[in-house]
Design a protein around this ligand. Structure first.
Ligand SMILES: [Zn+2]
Length: 321
């Protein structure tokens, strides 16, 4: 979840923050054997992009810029077009108007925030053709377009579904519960019953072919999930949602700024363990692209979706449609 609208807010909160040490993993982190799997085309849809100071995204001082993004990943799978983290719905302006004033101050209004359906239309994809939605977590900026994808099956960790069900207020723990109204009959909840994957002790193979494999990243929310993607040529990504907002949070590793950590991360201790794990994994597996959801540089390792005149060209190598 994005929590800082500007450098000023970040600076104020930084002053009250602290770095928060992250211990290395107790056991060595290794990529593990590659189980292989199907390759899928993936592309990026950018809903909002901003430049902020890095100290708004990680604990500790840095004057470097942070290219922040909110967006969705489109996966072309034989079982149907799939969206990971449908960011903003067509009702984004109303969503924000109904939120408390402090939230609008931090998040801004709807200007510059593009609904997913607009982004899909630009690449000639009918939202009714989206068959599956996967969530790294349930926060407002990762699930806002769920109501606009009425034929999609929603896949999420069982713990995240229970988390959503526990919410009562309009905006609670970064989540707008109404985004989930109407999806009840189209939900696939999963537990971590699959084998170890990469350096993770358990997994869930979303389509059963190794193309998209979920792994647990509990902490930011109870059911926060990472997704390993296998792209053309065996390219591998690990989408880590908001475990870190900026890739630098994994490189150092570093938590979010102190007050943001307290507000945004449901369990900061578990986030610290996950950051330590990802930091070690990045060293052990340099070819893996580890992708925090709000780091434009990391997200841009996934090619932007584009329309080539005949259909969606997701990789520049083939036409999707
Ligand atoms: Zn987020």
């Amino acid at each position: 979840m994005r929590l800082f609208a500007g450098g000023l807010v970040g600076a104020v909160l930084l002053a009250a923050g602290c770095a928060g040490r992250i211990a290395p993993p107790e056991r060595a982190v290794q990529p593990g054997p590659d189980p292989g799997g199907a390759e899928v085309e993936v592309c990026l849809l950018v809903a909002e992009r901003l430049t902020r100071p890095l100290f708004a995204g990680i604990a500790g001082w840095s004057g470097a810029p942070w290219e922040q993004v909110i967006g969705s990943v489109l996966v072309r799978h034989p079982q149907g077009l799939t969206i990971i983290d449908p960011a903003f719905g067509q009702d984004i302006a109303r969503d924000l108007r109904r939120a408390p004033p402090w939230f609008r101050v931090v998040m801004g209004d709807a200007r510059g925030k593009r609904p997913l359906v607009e982004l899909l239309e630009e690449v000639d994809v009918d939202p009714l053709h989206i068959r599956h939605v996967l969530l790294t977590h349930a926060h407002w900026d990762h699930a806002g377009a769920l109501p606009d994808l009425p034929r999609a099956q929603l896949h999420l960790a069982a713990a995240e579904w229970r988390f959503v069900g526990s919410l009562g207020r309009y905006l609670e723990h970064g989540t707008m519960r109404h985004h989930f109204e109407g999806v009840g009959g189209r939900v696939t909840r999963f537990d971590w019953t699959g084998p170890p994957h990469g350096s993770f002790p358990a997994s869930h193979d979303v389509f059963g072919d190794g193309a998209v494999v979920a792994v647990p990243l509990t902490g930011h929310t109870p059911g926060s999930t990472g997704f390993f993607l296998r792209g053309p040529g065996g390219k591998r990504w690990l989408l880590v949602g908001d475990t870190a907002w900026a890739l630098e949070g994994i490189r150092r590793p570093a938590h979010k700024p102190g007050p943001a950590r307290a507000l945004a991360d449901g369990n900061s201790g578990q986030v610290g363990l996950a950051l330590g794990h990802l930091h070690a994994l990045a060293a052990a597996w340099p070819q893996l692209e580890i992708v925090p959801a709000h780091d434009h540089g990391a997200m841009s390792t996934i090619s932007p979706c584009r329309y080539d005149g005949a259909g969606l060209a997701s990789t520049g190598r083939s036409t999707v449609k």
